[in-house]
Every structure is written in structure tokens, then in C-alpha cells.
Unconditional design. Sequence first.
Length: 444
Amino acid sequence: MQPPNSRPAQSISRPSQPNAPQSDAPRAEPERGSRARSRSLATGQRSLADPTVGHPLWPPLTNGCPRTSTDAVAYPLEVDYAYDRMPADLFGRPAAHGLERWAPLLPPLAAPGLGEGNTPLVQLPDGVYVKDESRNPTWSHKDRLNRVAVSAAKASGARGVVVSSSGNHGAAAAAYAARAGLPCAVFASPSAPPAVASFVRAYGAAVLTVPHESVRALMRRVVEEFGYQPVSSLTDTAHTGHPFGPEGYKTIAYEIFLDLGEVPEAVYVPTGYGELLFGVWKGFHELTLLGLADRTPRLYACEPAAAGALATAIRTGRPAAEVPVGPTEAYGISCPVGSYRGVVAVRESGGAALTVTDEQMAAARAELAAQGMWVELSSAAGLAALRAHGEDREDSAGPRGTSGPVVCVATSSGFKDSATGTRTYPPMPADWDTVAAALRGLSG
């Protein structure tokens, strides 16, 4: 189902090389000083289906590539850069919160940030590393995407932003829109977790709890009549999303590389629509383009067994698949439709798409909690997949017998779980025997 003349995504190349698409946007003269150090080197948008098909950088093509998309699949776009103009000291600069640190390799950051990124890499007792994205300003990885996507809305003159989300994406979009001075509309489920709903309302966003089947059509009308820019997907034929947003996720790969001092053997990523998975892959791929690394790690998409759209696409050889979604508490990654971005990341990294049950995710969440990290159920899918599949597959990497570190991305805080905030604890008798009995139940 790929368009004619499609080429693998690994053909991403520096604009100065033959056949690399050029942006129609004018290129500014070289600058000196701090402004030059922070200016974006983004040159245009290109189709993931056929990297020879390029478009100008502006406006962001939020409906997918108009030239390579088909009636069956809306192919996403990515952003291209003048890699040969990257500041020589970019990867030698001190660690810092805020995506400004990586501005040359991101689209223009026209909106102010909240100190996103620079999250810790925590090592578990068996040597596995956990990239803890719950430490971002709104407690999830979505802050990286929304810093970039909301900046694109601001820079392109949008009157506001609109997003469909019952979780992390809505909370982050509302926060960054507020920071940018833009109104935000969040189409959310009435069953959104209490903490998420509190986030969205606190930031002043409009919360719209319409039936799910009506969301896409209403979002498109908001875009047309109110001039808002969508920061989540508008398309019905596979998932496209904002073309600039996943660029923010590349910075996770940069940080892992600098923290470890090397490329990990494998990275396990909780996966819904595949934007995070793609961003992490692209970040490592760029490190090879820049001559800083000689390979990319294997990327493992970790989906709930109740869905598994990407696993289905990989298994059947399709660019995207639509699947029924069964009962699961992993609401953040239980997606009925996949994205070609995920296919690219798995294929080009030599990884795989894995599925895990709610019970396996719950066990992984408990393991992380025992090490002082409290994450939502969806967030534990990476570690769950490593524990369930990591040592059993010939094409995968686990904690033993590997040639390099293994990293699991944990995406968001346990405060975001559906059950959080609804549990109650009955009062206990105020006597020593009851207290002592409770303490004897603790290990250690």
C-alpha cells in the first residue's frame, strides 16, 4: 500500500546531499552569538512514505502529505534540517532543562517553555535503565511534543490549539497553550482520570466531552471556523498527527546517548499512535547522520494486548492497521488505529512490536514503585514488554547477554491513572497493635 517510488525512511539525509528535498522557504544569512547558537536549522517538511517528496516548512501540514497519501492511508510528514550547519558544540553543552538546549535540531521554538526535558535515567538493580518522563512539567512525555507543536501554532498565526485526548496530551497541550497565550480546546472523555481533568481545567482550556465518534468532524470544524491548529490527529485514514510535534521526542534519544556515553542496545517504548517511538528512533538516527554514533538501537514498540494496531501492521506488512480495542486500564496507549511512523521506527531499527497484558503492566508498575518510581499503567508497558519478551526473542535485547545497555521509557506519573483519586482508605483503629501489624507486613 505504499505509494510508487517510495524509499525507506533511512534515506533521510543532509540537505546538501543529492536528492534531498529542499524547502521553498528562504534561508537566513549566518548569524553570530547566542542567537546563532539557538536558531532552528529546520528547512522543510518531507513525506515519510517517499523522502524525495518535500514541502516548505510553513505551514505545518496537519492532514498528512498531500502528494503521497492515499484514500487508505494518510502518510505523516517529518521535518528536515541543514545538518551540515549544526553548531559544533551542540552535544558538548551543559545539560539543562528546556528544549532550547536542542533548538538547532528542532523546528522554531516560538512559544516559551516550562523547563521540559532533561529527565533522569534511573538504573534498576539488574542494570536496566528507566528514562523517567514523569518528571516533566505536566508529569509526562507529552510536554516535549507540545512545546514544539504549540510553538508551531504560535509561529504560523493560529488563533488557538485543539486536541483530542483523555490523558497526557490534553493536559500538556492546555499547559503549553496557556504559556503561549493561546486558547485551547480539549475533546476529552467523560471518564478522563481526575488528575488529568484537573490539569486541563486549571490551565483554562475548554473541555468538550462529546461522543468519541463525533470528535474528528468537530475538530475539523473548530480548525476551519475558529482558526485553531490541531496538535493531535485530524485524519480518519490512519494517524498523522502534527508533523512538528514528534520532533520534540528526539531529545529523549539525545539525552539517553549523553547520559550513557553510548548508544543503548535496545529501547522499549510504550506505544499508542507511535509518535514517541518514531521520535526516539529519529533522534538516534540523527546521531548517526551527524557522525556521533555508528548505529541506532533496536526499538521495541510495547502495546496493550487489548489493541496492538502497530503489531498488526507489522505482522501483515501494512503501513497502518485498524483493530478493535478490548477492555484495558492502559487507556493512554489503547489505540484502535496505528501510524506509519511506528512502522518506520520498528523497521529501520530492526526491532519489533510487542504486546503485553494489563497484568504484566501492573507487575512492571509494582516493580518500578518498589524502586521509588510511581508511573501510570500505560507508562509501565516498556518494562513489562522487556520482562515478558526481552530474554525469549532472538531479535530482542534483555538485561542479560547483551552487548550494551537496555533502556525502558516510562512515560507518565501514577497520578494520571484512571483509578487514582477514586480510591478511599477506611479509618484505622488508633491502637498500637493495629499500627504494629501494618508495619510487620512491610518487607526489608
